[in-house]
Design a protein around this ligand. Sequence first.
Ligand SMILES: Cc1cc2nc3c(=O)[nH]c(=O)nc-3n(C[C@H](O)[C@H](O)[C@H](O)COP(=O)(O)OP(=O)(O)OC[C@H]3O[C@@H](n4cnc5c(N)ncnc54)[C@H](O)[C@@H]3O)c2cc1C
Length: 335
Amino acid sequence: MQGHSAEFSRRLGDRGWLGMTWPRRYGGAGRSPRERFTVVEELLAAGAPIAAHWIADRQTGPLLLRVGTERQKRAFLPEIARGRLFVAAGLSEADSGSDLASVRTRATPTATGWRVSRRKVWTSHAHRSHYLLALVRTAPREGDRHTGLSQLLIRLDAPGVHVRPIEVMTGEAHFTEVTLDDVDVPADMVVGTVGDGWRGVLAELAFERSGPERYLSTFPLLAELTSGQVGQDTAALVDIGSATARLWALRMLSLRVQDLLEWGKPTDTAAALVKDVGTRLEGEIVDIARRAGGPAASGALAGLLRDAQLAAPSFTLRGGTNEILRGLVARGLEV
Ligand SMILES: Cc1cc2nc3c(=O)[nH]c(=O)nc-3n(C[C@H](O)[C@H](O)[C@H](O)COP(=O)(O)OP(=O)(O)OC[C@H]3O[C@@H](n4cnc5c(N)ncnc54)[C@H](O)[C@@H]3O)c2cc1C
């Protein structure tokens, strides 16, 4: 899933497989959410390199369709759907990861728009993207912390933007730290209403939390375990069968959330649930592979297991940690 190939994304765009559900007048393919789900699921199951277009296609585009201006829709959506324009998600900051409403990146008004300063961190692929969709504080924090926040589209090649890649233990550098040093952002780059950015963030996070990527990261590993190439005792078969059954149930849940998103119904609780249960299953599949293949694993299984073990700690963090998601579910259930 972390595989990044601008060329692959361009080819997907040329086939009409990005922005699939968006209206044709904005460069979309006018297809159904279920058709999009099928394409995304196949890409994930095959381990395709989808990182380049991922955020723009999954989050930014749908957000612009909902709350963007007509000008923003015409400027951004067709280029995203062609796989030519990539966006990074600028939410997290040092000390503001789980507690997003505490972000300290400030935007102060100027004659032409906003001047933005401070630093974002854990920004996936900012060094290979064209824009950063940043959550910033546009009004002083007083009373309700969730007001006074806005989302701005910031060009990553604008003067004052500095992007530093951060290497992770797999040896990859898909994370970055983005420093914003008095960056001027035109007024028409605010997405949604000034001061009402929190609502947009919640919608964006629901798209981020409920999709098939939340239970399919380690699918190639599970598929390898069922390929007949790995010797399996009864205990391993029980584990594999149980994981497969749970994967299927999660798929039904995830499809349901896609329907709710499509119908404009609230999805925060259900999306949080998919991500909590799904990411734990992804981790369990690694444990099952370790038990079934163990140190003796060789060939494709050994390679997949090594990569999955190194990536596993991030499953329950990215897109919001599981502790926070359980809090959301508890609040949603009014317990
Ligand atoms: C692979 C990956 C990709 C990412 N990509 C992006 C990206 O593109 N853009 C972006 O903006 N961010 C990105 N992130 C950041 C990610 O969203 C944050 O790491 C995450 O939200 C947690 O924030 P934090 O790391 O600051 O941890 P903290 O918020 O410091 O939390 C540390 C621990 O304390 C727990 N905790 C915190 N508050 C509470 C509470 N109130 N109750 C119970 N437990 C609590 C957390 O659950 C966690 O276990 C990415 C992270 C990963 C791993």
